[in-house]
Design a protein around this ligand. Structure first.
Ligand code: IPM
Ligand code: MG
Length: 373
């Protein structure tokens, strides 16, 4: 390219990051709306310009297009800087054949974008220590990061599906990992641990599963490059118990797809509400996907009763991981902390605190106000 052509390139075109919003189903659209408002404001405050576009996923896409995600949406996601997702699923689509259900849309986008590393931080905001079902002295100061493998294991293994065997209905799923899949997620976890307490717990079921035995072996091999990080191995059943007993003993946890799915819900609930937990899904391709860990909660959809904080905290993760902007991300987290400190709660966080509750939109507004300060 000659100089002239270079000079005539609109300079801003490079700096405007395209964000694809996939609101999805249930409370997805409500919480995504608040997340996007906060994301936009925080980015603008840091001089980052974002261009938002929308697409369909889950039941919304089934209703419009007959499938839970279209090739067009996958392509738009691939070329975006980041994808911001609400939630998928609902009773309306529960009767559909397995391959056409809303969840398949989410699984397909994770797989096709190569988003193998799912980061699920679970921290306790000090104002919420009494919102947990565990005693405040057990949960105060919890700061966990679940690093969940997201594109392999039981979720995707072949063979899978139903068969008629000897006249009996049978069904199977396959847990399979190769060493490359294990090593790359282990590296993500060790890198994260290095920046934190330098402790990593690998969660497995190696007393029963060959797959877990391979995880132990490969994680140990990767550990040789991270001699500054202390590595522990923990069986998944006892981990489920230990997380309830002494959650503060743990920092970064790395595990396979299914174990991570289960333990991240547990970690979330320990912190007070599933409505607080954000997530980032990252891979090799450069696109990141950000979504609250909670689901579509169809029972409260459309009632302005959802907690948008997980979506808002997912926006903070987007700034950090896809836009290399930790400063506005920290401002979002501080704004959330300040709103909670002032006693504002969505219904899921009220517990027996005696505090009044605010709606989803009002909670988004409160965070925006604090951000402006
Ligand atoms: C999650 C969800 C999904 C999963 C579902 C909706 C497919 O539970 O993100 O944890 O199992 O991964
Ligand atoms: Mg889950």
């Amino acid at each position: 390219m000659n100089r002239r052509a270079q000079a005539s390139q609109p300079r801003s075109a490079k700096r405007i990051a395209r964000i694809l919003i996939l609101p999805g189903d249930g409370i997805g659209p409500e919480v995504a709306e608040q997340g996007v408002r906060v994301l936009d404001a925080a980015a603008k405050g840091a001089g980052i310009e974002l261009a938002f576009e929308e697409g369909l996923i889950g039941g919304a896409s089934i209703d419009a297009n007959g499938s839970p995600i279209t090739d067009d949406v996958i392509e738009r996601a691939r070329s975006a800087r980041a994808v911001f997702l609400g939630a998928v699923g609902g009773p309306k689509w529960d009767g559909l054949p397995f391959a056409q259900r809303p969840e398949r849309g989410l699984l397909r986008i994770r797989k096709e974008l190569g988003l193998f590393a799912n980061l699920r931080p679970a921290t306790v905001f000090s104002a919420l220590a009494d919102a947990s079902t565990l005693r405040p002295e057990v949960v105060t100061g919890i700061d966990l990061l679940v690093v969940r493998e997201l594109t392999g294991g039981l979720y995707f293994g072949e063979p899978r599906g139903d068969a008629l065997v000897g006249g009996l209905r049978e069904s199977r799923n396959t847990m399979v990992y190769n060493e490359v899949e294990i090593a790359r997620i282990a590296r993500v976890a060790f890198e994260a641990a290095r920046l934190r307490r330098k402790e990593l717990t690998h969660v497995h079921k190696a007393n029963v599963l060959e797959v877990s035995q391979l995880w132990v072996t490969v994680v140990e091999e990767v550990a040789k490059d991270y001699s500054d990080v202390i590595l522990h191995h923990q069986l998944v059943d006892s981990m489920a118990m230990l997380l309830l007993r002494e959650p503060r003993n743990y920092d970064v946890i790395v595990t396979s797809n299914l174990f991570g799915d289960i333990l991240s819900d547990e970690a979330a609930m320990i912190t007070g509400s599933l409505g607080m937990l954000p997530s980032a899904s990252l891979g090799e391709g450069g696109v990141g996907l950000y979504e609250p860990v909670h689901g579509s909660a169809p029972d409260i959809a459309g009632k302005d009763a959802a907690n948008p904080l997980a979506a808002i905290l997912s926006a903070a993760m987007l700034l950090e991981h896809s836009l290399a902007a930790p400063e506005p991300a920290a401002r979002i987290r501080a704004a959330v902390g300040s709103v909670l400190d002032d006693g504002h709660r969505t219904i899921d966080l009220v517990g027996d605190s005696g505090l009044a509750s605010v709606g989803c939109a009002a909670m988004g507004e409160l965070v925006l106000q604090r951000l402006g300060k």
